[in-house]
Design a protein around this ligand. Sequence first.
Ligand code: NAP
Length: 284
Amino acid sequence: MLKIALTGADGLVGSRIIELLNDYFIFIPINKNQMDITDKNQVYKTIKSINFDIFLHLAAFTDVDGAEKNNELAYKINVEGTKNVFEVVNHKKGKFIYISTDFVFDGFNPPYNEKNQPNPISYYGKTKYEGEKALSLPNQEKAMIIRISYPYRSTFEKKKDFVRTVKLLLEQKKNLFMVTDSLITPTFIDDIANALKYLFLNYSPEVFHITGRDSLSPYEAGILIAKTFNLDQHLIQPTTYKHYFKNRAKRPQYSQIQSIKNNFYKMKSFEQGLNEVAKQIQNL
Ligand SMILES: NC(=O)c1ccc[n+]([C@@H]2O[C@H](COP(=O)([O-])OP(=O)(O)OC[C@H]3O[C@@H](n4cnc5c(N)ncnc54)[C@H](OP(=O)(O)O)[C@@H]3O)[C@@H](O)[C@H]2O)c1
């Protein structure tokens, strides 16, 4: 069995990958207590001491608005941390997979496939793109870069994704505003895990977009969430991108992400993903 070492293993995405693929691979989770990726010495010692075939790097500073206020820490974790980890993995001749984001694009000229040029507009997006660029220096083995977008899953106590946030607010009968003049591409995390299963076994150092089958406005997404879980859709009021994100980090307005490379795993549409979430919740 392939051995996969990973950072960010207890996060939203990483923990589900392990849950779903545990029978197929040997996972070696490395948490922040064992190895703070910003500590170069600790990274060197930890990674040198373990045996793995593939290193999956998920750990990141993921708070998009927080990154605008805390530039230094976001840079340290997302750029320097990524460099620290990649350097040692590369030295050991291990295969490296970096999880990146649709926020590397500006959202002005959708759709975006793997061939489109990133141009991040938020500090978080900038650091994630710097992280990508740090993986293709001269004389280094290249890495696989996987961009995901708006990941969601059925359950995860530690962090709410946007589907569970909207669901909870509607359950609490709160009014909420959702943007109509924008596009997002929600991605079911179980699909990310299943696509990764293929990519672990068919590693190739290139960029892949592993994202949901369709894109829709956050408003449309909210209505679908309400319908799927039999909640009151009238609690959702339309608003504009400009108004909603005033005084917040810039997000790509039209984040329609597509793949011209994923011919190996059929990603779900948002409606299909939500139906699967509903089924999983029912079976808990
Ligand atoms: N969530 C999204 O909407 C989204 C969208 C697109 C792409 N992505 C990318 O997908 C990846 C996973 O995201 P996620 O949402 O699963 O993340 P998450 O739930 O926020 O978890 C982040 C993980 O990184 C770890 N970490 C943070 N700083 C660290 C450090 N200095 N050293 C070692 N570990 C550190 C955290 O450990 P602690 O919990 O101990 O702090 C946690 O396990 C990230 O690379 C992110 O950029 C996420």
